[in-house]
Design a protein around this ligand. Structure first.
Ligand SMILES: CC(=O)N[C@H](C=O)[C@@H](O)[C@H](O)[C@H](O)CO
Ligand SMILES: CC(=O)C(=O)O
Length: 302
């Protein structure tokens, strides 16, 4: 089994009362997830609110994660900024800290040609020449798809060793697996189809909702490994009910999940940064009902 397998929660941004990065909470949250038994961590991605943080802030987050995580589980650092120079700086910094891989979305806003996207990714990779590079394919948010021509171009770089695939067709996972070569890693992106992603060939998953119910995803992963497909399907159904509930709030999904972690686990990660919407008073019932669903699912399955 490759090092990159199992359950890798996308790390949430940790803020203090004033909305500043809270390094102490970054460490506590890292320790908390390690104790839960997850296999890896994905730091500084969408869930880490990377696009709303400065280069300096993102370095501080990764440094504090690495202090707790080094040698205990794999760490993938998402290093993309929307310009090449800052992304290269973060890539270099991540390599100096000894992360297991770096990852990057494509550049957003301008519709760039594929050769420019490939150059952006290869430049970032060249700033961390000893560290595996994972392409983050998330067309519904990035507005750019990892096409086969772009994928094949990227495979010429031997450090390109995986894709985190968040496109909705599950078959995309199979395609990247098929053409990536035997050592190539593909992570499932959409948490709502984690089990399907694993069954069609994903080595593991990186997900935005894992940290709020890691027990359930660890169990789902185990069911797939053991060929217990009916149980895998049924736990996925319970997971999806929880995700749909959390997504029904007026406030942002990450604000909901941080509130749930605060109440269930006693860790205060703060709120989200604007323009992401914080929790509204009318979200109280969503939080309470989601907690009940999570508690019930954990007592049923774990
Ligand atoms: C669009 C998006 O953010 N996708 C994430 C990464 O793949 C997922 O992990 C979601 O957070 C999750 O599936 C909840 O919808
Ligand atoms: C959700 C996710 O995978 C991310 O943080 O990018």
């Amino acid at each position: 089994m490759s090092k990159f397998h199992g359950i890798a929660p996308a790390f949430y941004a940790c803020y203090d009362k004033n909305g500043e990065i809270n390094p102490d909470m970054v460490r506590k949250f890292t320790k908390h997830l390690i104790k839960k038994g997850v296999h890896g961590l994905y730091v500084g991605g969408s869930s880490g609110e990377c696009i709303y943080q400065s280069v300096e802030e993102r370095k501080i987050v990764l440094e504090n994660v690495m202090e707790e995580a080094r040698g205990k589980l794999y760490v993938i650092a998402h290093v993309a900024c929307n310009n090449t120079k800052d992304s290269m700086e973060l890539a270099k910094h991540a390599e100096s800290l000894g992360v297991d891989a770096i990852a990057s979305i494509p550049p957003i806003y301008f519709k760039l040609p594929e050769h420019a996207i490939a150059k952006y990714w290869n430049d970032i990779s060249s700033a961390a020449p000893k560290t595996p590079f994972i392409i983050y394919n998330i067309p519904q948010l990035a507005g750019v798809s990892l096409t086969m021509s772009l994928f094949n171009e990227m495979l010429k770089n031997p450090m390109v060793q995986g894709v985190k695939n968040s496109s909705m067709p599950v078959q995309d996972i199979q395609m990247f697996k098929m053409y990536g070569g035997s050592e190539f890693t593909v992570f499932n992106g959409p948490d709502e189809q984690f089990v399907s992603g694993r069954l069609i060939g994903a080595d593991g998953g990186i997900g935005g909702t894992y940290a709020v119910m890691s027990e359930l995803f660890i169990k789902a992963d185990l069911f797939v490994n053991n060929g217990e497909n009916e149980k895998a399907r049924d736990i996925q159904t319970d997971i999806d009910r929880i995700i749909y509930k959390m997504c029904s709030a007026k406030g942002n999904l990450y604000a909901v999940m941080k509130e749930i972690i605060k109440r269930r686990e006693g860790l205060d990660l703060g709120s989200v940064r604007l323009p992401l919407a914080p929790l509204y008073p009318e979200d109280e019932s969503v939080v309470v009902e989601a907690i009940e669903l999570i508690d019930n699912a954990i007592s049923k399955w774990v």
